[in-house]
Write a protein that binds this ligand. Structure first.
Ligand code: SF4
Length: 366
């Protein structure tokens, strides 16, 4: 049974230098319409699957570059064509300088009840350092208008590890984030993804990355600050008020079947993972010829499944059952003795120290 639907919207107003998501800069309304028509066709290609959608997630790219009427039309189409539960979680990622009150109101009417705003920081200096095209004022306005429209389940993204960002700056940001009536905060470490202009400037020594100790201090500050303000960390990068965890993302981490549509979208259905082409032209051409745009598919066998359970489970606050690690108990013991992890009942859970080196721990354990 497919419980989640991810829709990739590959349009942005600019390309942020650190971003490796598949997107192009385009505000061409004709192209947006053509893309939505392609998404509709793609959904119909999967109509024979068993759906009972509990979550729909519009990510990107910048879904809020689409006219709210177009986005709403597509939501009504989904509800019309496939089985959706009574009150699904419907999330839209929003760039702070795009949607305003009337736009939020329109998509709310179509059923959107969760908004994720790409604020990144409430300090102008950080935004310029990140190469973002929105201002702090835009972020305040987006939050205000979203709340005014009646959508109160709001996530704000935060980036840490920015050059020249001090712990004091980060604390100032956290103070502002938690002073707003939002339910969820995602905090991501600035990462030099391969092939991005940001990675190039790191390689050329133009941009200095924070070292491990600095990043650890930042993560500890974020975690302790947010937890004292009532945001509980439930995943490596995600904190929420009680009852406001992102149901859609939990599906990914817990291997609940989901369909991803659009350019570069991934799906996990019946033990198989597949991925669509990352090329917009190829995507549109395939769909318009009635072909599925998947270019990659693999069956997740038992041992791969267990590895993924460990890899994804360690990101979660609840950790993984110790029995998953039965062949690696010596390593587990060592990790516990060095305060990288702890045992709680029958589960192995990473500490803050462990979470900061999660990739190394995962390669040790699987
Ligand atoms: S707006 Fe988001 S998706 Fe678009 S380029 Fe910037 S970080 Fe990437």
């Amino acid at each position: 049974m497919i419980k989640g639907l991810y829709i990739h919207i590959p349009f942005c107003s600019i390309k942020c230098p650190y971003c490796d998501f598949v997107s192009i800069t385009s505000d061409d309304k004709g192209l947006h319409r053509r893309y939505i028509e392609a998404l509709k066709k793609e959904i119909l290609l999967y109509k024979e699957l068993d759906f009972d959608l509990e979550t729909v997630y519009f990510g990107g790219g910048t879904p809020s570059l689409l006219d709210p009427e177009l986005l709403s039309e597509f939501i009504y189409f989904i509800k019309d064509q496939i089985s959706v539960v009574e009150s699904p979680e419907i999330t839209v990622e929003v760039n702070p300088k795009t949607y305003r009150y009337e736009d939020f109101r329109i998509i709310k009417e179509a059923g959107v009840n969760r908004i994720s705003i790409g604020v990144q920081s409430f300090l102008e200096r950080n935004l310029r350092m990140l190469g973002r095209d929105h201002s702090v004022k835009d972020s305040y306005k987006a939050v205000e208008d979203c709340l005014k429209s009646g959508i109160e389940n709001i996530n704000l993204d935060l980036i840490y590890g920015i050059q020249n960002q001090s712990l004091k700056d980060l604390e100032k940001d956290l103070e502002i984030y938690t002073s707003l009536p939002v339910k969820h905060i995602s905090a991501y470490m600035l990462t030099p993804y391969e092939g991005t202009p940001f990675e190039q400037s790191v390689r050329e020594g133009v941009y200095r990355l924070k070292d491990e100790d600095e990043l650890y201090d930042m993560f500890v500050l974020i975690n302790s600050y947010l937890e004292t303000q009532g945001f509980l960390r439930y995943e490596l990068s995600n904190w929420s008020k009680e009852g406001y965890q992102c149901r859609h993302n939990l599906f990914y981490w817990k291997h609940v079947p989901f369909l991803g549509i659009g350019v570069s979208a991934w799906s996990y259905i019946n033990g198989k993972r597949s991925g669509n082409t990352g090329n917009l032209k190829e995507y549109l051409e395939k769909i318009e010829k009635g072909k599925k745009p998947a270019v990659f598919s693999e069956t997740i066998d038992k041992s791969e499944f267990l590895k993924e359970k460990i890899f994804l489970g360690l990101r979660l606050r609840e950790g993984v059952p110790v029995k998953y690690l039965s062949g690696k108990l010596d390593s587990v013991e060592e990790l516990v003795s060095e305060n990288f992890g702890l045992i709680d009942g029958d589960r192995f859970i990473l500490t803050e120290k462990g979470l900061m080196v999660i990739n190394r721990i995962v390669s040790l354990l699987i």
